[in-house]
Design a protein around this ligand. Structure first.
Ligand SMILES: [Zn+2]
Length: 510
């Protein structure tokens, strides 16, 4: 049944697309390598100081994108007739001394911040909280052989080693109270972990509904050894992952009490930029195709988003992450407003912020959409699309709906673009959960996430404009132009595959 549908769609699309090709080609032609290079040079310039959330430089980039949207004649899609949608943030002073971790159970203890334990990441609930202990063992690549009851509201202990990310992305959606990474590190590495010094942190009050990344602590392996032995946890379970499926071992006698107190310094906000091109079909124009990217990056070391200086260079420019995607969205807006014919459905061009902090801007838009989310038929998200092999493009999430078949047919119909769509080349990285499309997918919007992949400059000061392959990126953006046009002009809405829908929208785990 399904593949015939796919076939049908492909056949329909190409002749229609071919007929419309000429007027469309005029649109695609405005996307050039020179333009891409020029814009990346603006957005990822040193003067933008790596566009941390929030920062005056991020607001500067938002103003630049809004001015381009206005120049192209897009309709404002933000707050009260503007292109900007702002979401609230709080700046707090976090003092390690204000965190304490107490263990109740066979080996009562108080872990001292800095010496035994560090708050390395996440948004701890302010005040006191407590939860039973759980240890996760097994292989990061293995499926999670446990359900939410084993983890929700509990304090989960994991080995702090290779693959910890792949496990964390399986555990975090199950809403543990906190993650505690057991670090068998020498002092030299322990000292480098975040959380030793007082710092200013940015908190997203909209995350109170439980979508915040819970507190992530690091604890020294020596500190936990006796506790685990006494509590009956498999002794070596936290040293090596092994080949076994991921399992959760509850530590019934262990209760972890957390106390975190922070000082509110300032209430502020950060921007999303939204521009709309209205469709020309009386019915279909009430539906929308979304083009997204994030315009923020991790800033400088002072922003506390993980940027590390190298020599005299302390600016994480984020040219590829995600200056490249932001430029693609601007180029697409220009192309669609230049094309002689309007697409049938309406198009929404959006550059969000707060992505590096935890997908904050897209989460806020998904909760406060300025167009009805039920009418959004697809989100085409670009994050890091300016590097790596000349002809390869990873299309993440392609297996979850028939959009995967559409991008293949478009690539086939446009051999001149020489772009080969492939699947997720880095499954161990959990990329599906790590960019803004995820906030739309979990609300039921079919998505495609485009990336040319990770590279050694990822989140480094060396992710600079000179490293971007603007010629490749221009071809990529033209491909997304033709894809967006096909989705906007095909009467049938893109369809999820039922299994994926149940798992991703229905709140299951991967
Ligand atoms: Zn990114």
């Amino acid at each position: 049944m399904r593949c015939r549908l796919n076939l049908l769609l492909a056949v329909l699309t190409v002749p229609v697309a071919a007929q419309r090709q000429q007027p469309a080609a005029r649109g695609a032609a405005v996307i050039t390598a020179e333009e891409v290079r020029r814009r990346i040079g603006i957005i990822a310039a040193d003067s933008m100081l790596g566009r941390a959330t929030p920062s005056p430089q991020l607001d500067q980039v938002a103003a630049y994108v809004a001015a381009e949207f206005r120049r192209f004649g897009l309709k404002p899609g933000g707050d009260s007739g503007t292109y900007l949608q702002r979401y609230p943030l709080e700046v707090e002073r976090f003092d390690p001394e204000s965190v304490s971790v107490r263990i109740a159970g066979p080996v009562p203890a108080t872990w001292r911040t800095g010496r035994d334990v560090l708050l390395v990441e996440g948004q701890p609930a302010t005040g006191d909280s407590a939860g039973a202990g759980v240890v996760i063992t097994g292989s990061p690549q293995g499926a999670a052989a446990f359900d939410s009851s084993a983890v929700t509201g509990k304090v989960v202990f994991l080995a702090y080693g290779p693959g910890v990310n792949a496990v964390a992305v399986k555990v975090l959606p199950l809403r543990p109270l906190a993650l505690v990474l057991v670090a068998d590190f020498p002092d030299s590495i322990w000292e480098k972990l975040p959380g030793h010094a007082a710092s200013v942190r940015v908190r997203n009050p909209s995350e109170e509904d439980g979508s915040a990344i819970p507190a992530v602590f690091a604890v020294r392996a020596g500190t936990t050894r006796t506790l685990f032995t006494q509590a009956g946890a498999p002794p070596d379970s936290l040293r090596v992952w092994g080949e076994r499926p991921l399992a959760a071992h509850s530590l019934p006698a262990v209760r972890v009490q957390l106390a975190v107190h922070q000082q509110l310094l300032e209430r502020t906000s950060a921007p999303n930029v939204v521009g709309i091109l209205e469709g020309d079909d009386a019915t279909l124009k009430k539906e929308y195709v979304l083009f997204t990217a994030h315009m923020d990056h991790i800033g400088t070391p002072a922003a506390g988003e993980g940027c590390t200086a190298r020599g005299a260079d302390s600016i994480c420019n984020g040219a590829d992450d995600d200056g490249s995607g932001t430029v693609a969205v601007i180029e697409l807006a220009q192309a669609f407003t230049t094309a002689r014919e309007r697409p049938k459905r309406s198009l929404v061009f959006m550059t969000v912020s707060g992505e590096e902090r935890g997908l904050w801007g897209s989460a806020y838009f998904a909760e406060h959409p300025t167009v009805p989310l039920a009418n959004v038929v697809a989100d085409l998200n670009s994050d890091m699309v300016g590097r790596n092999a000349k002809d390869t493009l990873a299309v993440i999430g392609r297996e979850h709906s028939n959009l995967g078949g559409v991008v293949d047919s478009i690539a086939l119909a446009h051999p001149e673009l020489n772009i080969k769509p492939v699947g997720d080349l880095w499954p161990q990285e959990g990329l599906y959960y790590r960019s803004d499309h995820y906030n739309f997918a979990r609300k039921g919007v079919p998505i495609l996430f485009f990336t040319t992949g990770l590279h050694p400059d990822y989140h480094q000061v060396t992710d600079s404009p000179d490293k971007i392959d603007a010629e490749k990126e221009a071809r990529f953006a033209r491909l997304v132009f033709y894809l967006g046009l096909a989705v906007a002009n095909t009467t049938a809405r893109p369809q999820w595959n039922a299994q994926s829908y149940k798992r991703i929208v229905g709140g299951g785990t991967n």
